[in-house]
Design a protein around this ligand. Structure first.
Ligand SMILES: [Zn+2]
Length: 355
């Protein structure tokens, strides 16, 4: 059992290193006998995992042992183990390109990996942690018996394997195949990640800029944000490819991914000119766009602001892909509200656990 626990941690570190697992998002499990699996705990950063934190869960009734809460997606893992007796290792990620491809409202992604054609099924959306989501995933796994990697619409992936190597292969293959799809079908050839420029934070009530010669027009935006949002202590100015594109052409973003609804807000406006920025600094919207100049991602801690910047980049890739595809499946306002409220209610607790 200790070996299995250590293996989960070592896989989580590998996936973290190559960028497929970030922060506390996603989870990993391993079947240990006919009735049980081990799964990563809820709300702990991958860097901080130790073997005793990995939770033993009963496949049938989801009961568990120990002081750590199993991942909130344990229902999905349990459903997969029930349906696929040959599967012994599962990775759930929020990886960027596969998650974005899963917002376009299609049931299957037709793409390629190296010289092979690949079809990736997409399970219908349901709110994370619900029985409905486990049901939707189960339905897709039953229907597409040959697929060991599926996308969970508007959310992430589920990668199955007989062993950890196979599951890791699925995750990597899907990311490349979905990037190929976005390049070919949506003409979205972008790098992913945060491109931080003019950040700042508050120190004893004073604004400290990351870059000494931050221009005056940018300083004014930082001042406006701190003046209007008393809960903000950190600002990350994100100028990644996709965020720049959206700041140039869009006027309004609705969430295509549920982590966007959760961390950023239920919708974001992009002002047409600099004079409108102030009016777009809003409570419970953690991003302030500047026309043609990226977006300011805000948080009460550096960690929060960075999380917002990461999720915004992914949200902007999804947004641009959806625009160019011409069709997408947006989250309903109800789903967005649910995600957003849940986050605000539970976040401080999760942040404490994550330390
Ligand atoms: Zn997830």
């Amino acid at each position: 059992m200790l070996k299995a626990r250590e293996q989960i941690i070592s896989v989580s570190r590998d996936l973290h290193e190559i960028g497929l697992l970030v922060r506390t998002w996603g989870n990993i499990s391993c079947r240990v006998d006919a009735g049980h699996f081990l799964v990563t705990p809820s709300g702990i950063q991958y860097e901080d995992l130790t073997p005793e934190m990995i939770v033993l869960v009963n496949i049938k009734d989801l009961s568990y042992e120990g002081e750590y809460l199993p991942s909130s997606e344990s229902k999905v893992h349990a459903a997969a183990y029930r349906i696929r007796p040959e599967c012994n290792f599962i990775i759930h990620t929020h990886q960027v390109f596969a998650s974005c491809a899963g917002t376009l409202g299609v049931k299957k992604i037709f793409t390629y990996f190296e010289d092979e054609d690949v079809t990736i099924p997409v399970a219908r959306y349901a709110l994370p942690g619900t029985d409905e989501l486990a049901k939707n995933v189960a339905h897709t796994l039953k229907k597409y018996k040959d697929s060991n990697g599926i996308i969970m619409a508007n959310h992430g992936t589920l990668c199955l394997g007989d062993n950890y190597k196979e599951a890791v292969y699925e995750a990597e293959m899907m990311e490349t195949a979905c990037n190929n799809f976005l390049v070919d079908v949506c003409k979205m050839d972008v790098t992913q990640g945060v491109e931080a420029l003019f950040g700042s934070h508050l120190e004893n009530g004073k604004i400290v800029y990351d870059v000494k010669d931050t221009p005056e027009r940018v300083r004014q935006i930082h001042e406006m944000i701190y003046a209007k949002r008393k809960d903000v202590n950190f600002i990350v100015h994100n100028k990644s490819d996709a965020v720049m594109m959206v700041s140039r052409i869009a006027d309004h973003m609705r969430p295509l991914l549920d982590d966007f609804a959760q961390l950023i807000g239920t919708g974001v406006r992009i002002p047409a000119n600099e004079g409108d920025i102030y009016a777009n600094i809003k409570k419970n919207v953690n991003v302030v766009f500047a026309p043609n100049d990226g977006a300011y991602c805000v948080g009460s801690t550096e960690d929060d602001a960075t999380a917002v910047a990461i999720v915004l980049d992914k949200g902007c890739i999804a947004y641009m892909a959806a625009m160019r595809n011409g069709e997408a499946h947006y989250l309903s306002f109800f789903e967005c509200l649910k995600m957003n409220r849940h986050y605000r209610k539970n976040y401080s607790k999760l942040a404490d656990l994550g330390k």
